[in-house]
Design a protein around this ligand. Structure first.
Ligand SMILES: Cc1cc2nc3c(=O)[nH]c(=O)nc-3n(C[C@H](O)[C@H](O)[C@H](O)COP(=O)(O)O)c2cc1C
Length: 165
């Protein structure tokens, strides 16, 4: 029996996730979105996956640029997560002007967020059509890690942090 989509979404709200901002650029024009459908795939070769909705404003650029970065956010970077999720109606390159966020350009040309917990700079290895979404498989060309920072998490529709045992 098919599972109702609402039931599925209600269940997935209980999956606590690290929050990432996935960025790309084409001819110097930057775009990006907040994403939690991010996973480590393989270590050899180093690959990550990101599922992106075809309706996202950054989708077209992601599918043509051949590069993207996965910026894993720290707890202090929640305002960046909000803007890149479309809150406030900020679109496209203007999202990169949020607060005092600083960005640099990775070896692939993708935008990297300074002070992210870690930024994975990827060339796009494969795009897998999943219907509403495309799974972008990235070959990690560079890893830029900061010192350990408290992670930003998302659970049951809300932002939070991690309390360690
Ligand atoms: C916590 C959180 C996680 C999200 N994860 C994803 C994701 O993994 N994939 C995706 O396509 N959209 C995800 N979104 C939605 C996109 O961030 C959002 O649709 C997009 O940035 C806004 O659309 P726009 O760029 O068209 O304005 C997430 C949103 C939030 C708030």
């Amino acid at each position: 029996m098919a599972v109702d989509a609402r039931e599925f979404k209600r269940g997935m709200r209980q999956l606590a996730s690290a929050v990432c901002v996935v960025t790309t650029s084409v001819d110097g024009v930057r775009n990006g979105l907040t994403a939690t459908a991010v996973m480590s795939l393989t270590a050899d070769p180093p690959q990550v996956g990101v599922a992106v909705n075809k309706s996202a404003s950054a989708f077209a650029m992601l599918s043509t640029s051949g590069r993207f970065a996965v910026n894993v956010l720290s707890r202090a970077q929640q305002p960046i997560a909000e803007v890149f999720s479309g809150a406030g109606g900020v679109k496209g390159a203007a999202r990169f002007e949020t607060g005092d966020a600083r960005w640099s350009t990775g070896v692939t040309g993708a935008p990297l967020l300074d002070a992210a917990s870690v930024s994975l700079d990827c060339s796009t290895a494969r795009q897998v059509d999943l219907g509403t979404h495309v799974l972008f498989v990235g070959l990690v060309e560079d890893v830029r890690a900061c010192d350990e920072r408290a992670p930003l998490l998302f659970l049951d529709g809300g932002w939070g942090g991690l309390i360690r045992d």
